[in-house]
Design a protein around this ligand. Structure first.
Ligand code: ZN
Length: 211
């Protein structure tokens, strides 16, 4: 594990099911901060319904930001030699992430395609990579590019395409509220960027069966 991903300190707490959770996140600090927020908005953090809220929120943040302490590349170390040079496409991979501007979730699906160069990766590994990179404070545009660039370099692929479709709760629950649309981002690398026909092929596959 690279130093950047090594927990600098560690804490232990129990999750909602009573299971012990090991996390490098400073839970006490979050508990104090959440209590401050409740006070600041005019709530009484000592009323019964809110008593355990700081602890629940602390454990939630430890979970939804656990990707900060994980290296997504470890899921791409085991590759299989395979004489297959056509496109590999995974469609409709669910993901949940948190927008770094409001700390509110954005959720949706990711579509990933790559063109192998003699080596393929186990299909279950790509959702794991998406999960690690999603469980960090993110913006959808950067998340899309990070997934694509990591796959491109680790798989030594001829091309990688990533398309993400998500709804952002920071748009739907606040502000103008009119903006309930789906945000679509894409990153096209290698052959998907350079060859129009290849890009058209992957977009047809991703959107195939949809109306
Ligand atoms: Zn936001």
């Amino acid at each position: 594990m690279p130093d950047a991903f090594r927990p600098s300190s560690s804490a232990i707490c129990a999750d909602d099911n009573g299971e012990v959770l090991h996390t490098p996140v400073d839970l006490d600090r979050i508990r104090r901060a959440v209590r401050e927020i409740l006070l600041a908005v005019g709530e009484d953090p000592d009323r019964e319904g809110l008593l355990e809220t700081p602890d629940r929120v602390a454990r939630m943040y430890a979970e939804v930001f656990q990707g900060l302490h994980q290296d997504p590349a470890i899921h791409l170390k085991k590759l299989f030699t395979q004489e297959y040079d056509e496109m590999v496409t995974l469609r409709d991979l669910r993901f949940e992430s948190f927008c770094e501007h409001h700390l509110l979730p954005f959720t949706g699906v990711a579509h990933v395609a790559y063109l192998p160069k003699g080596q393929v990766v186990g299909l279950s590994k790509i959702p794991r990579v998406i999960d690690v990179l999603s469980k960090r404070p993110q913006v959808q545009e950067r998340l899309t590019v990070e997934i694509a660039e990591l796959l491109m370099s680790e798989l030594d692929a001829r091309g990688v395409a990533v398309v993400m479709e998500a709804t952002h709760s920071c748009m739907t629950i606040r502000g103008v509220r009119k903006a309930e649309g789906v945000c679509i981002t894409s990153a096209m690398l290698g052959a998907f960027r350079d060859r129009h026909a290849t890009r058209a092929e992957v977009l047809a596959l991703i959107h195939g069966g949809k109306h």
